[in-house]
Design a binder for this molecule. Structure first.
Ligand code: COA
Length: 152
């Protein structure tokens, strides 16, 4: 899979973006200032992630998704490694990501990639989403905040 930044003139891969975040309104909002990266194989988009600066030295992965038939084959890990490299190259001190309390696999994946839990935004999903989200038999209500810190 080859990963590249999507040009502003190219159409965002909406289906993938809304796989990670069911609110198109929220996605549209962070795409105004975020950069989209796509992972492709033979011209087919298999994955996406979005990087957005949230403070002068902090950047966040706002969205990350792999097409369903290609999930759990290591491609998500490749996107995260790319995001870490990209944030480092751009000189940021911290790379953050947030996920739901019910996103068990994602919590495992992000910690495997070197992120550490550093906070909880209680009731974030209840406050920001119209419809309740259920995953792994759990109501998604709190956002778990994780951070990758660059040394030096
Ligand atoms: N079931 C079991 N384990 C899973 C899993 C699943 N559905 N998805 C990921 N994992 C675990 C694997 O155990 C793997 O760990 P291992 O290397 O020890 O085996 C690890 O996560 C890496 O998985 P990887 O194959 O790189 O992940 P992926 O290509 O499936 O990408 C996501 C991860 C989250 C991007 C992808 O599953 C996805 O698009 N999900 C839907 C959208 C989403 O939830 N986005 C994140 C919002 S916070």
């Amino acid at each position: 899979m080859k990963i590249r930044k999507l040009n502003r003139s190219e159409t965002p891969p909406w289906e993938l973006l809304t796989l990670a975040d069911p609110s198109r309104i929220i996605v549209e909002e962070y795409l105004k200032s975020g950069s989209i990266y796509v992972g492709e194989d033979s011209g087919k988009i298999l994955g996406v992630y979005v990087l957005k600066e949230t403070h002068k030295v902090v950047v966040e992965i706002m969205n990350i998704a792999i097409q369903e038939p290609y999930q759990n084959k290591g491609l998500g890990k490749q996107l995260i490694s790319h995001a870490i490299q990209e944030a480092s190259n751009q000189g940021y001190a911290r790379l953050e990501i947030g996920t739901g309390n019910s996103s068990i696999h994602q919590l495992k994946l992000y910690q495997q990639c070197g992120f550490r839990i550093e906070g909880v935004d209680f009731d974030y999903f209840l406050r920001n989403y119209d419809e309740p989200i259920y995953e792994n038999g759990l109501l998604c209500r709190d956002m778990i905040r994780l951070c990758y810190t660059f040394e030096g």
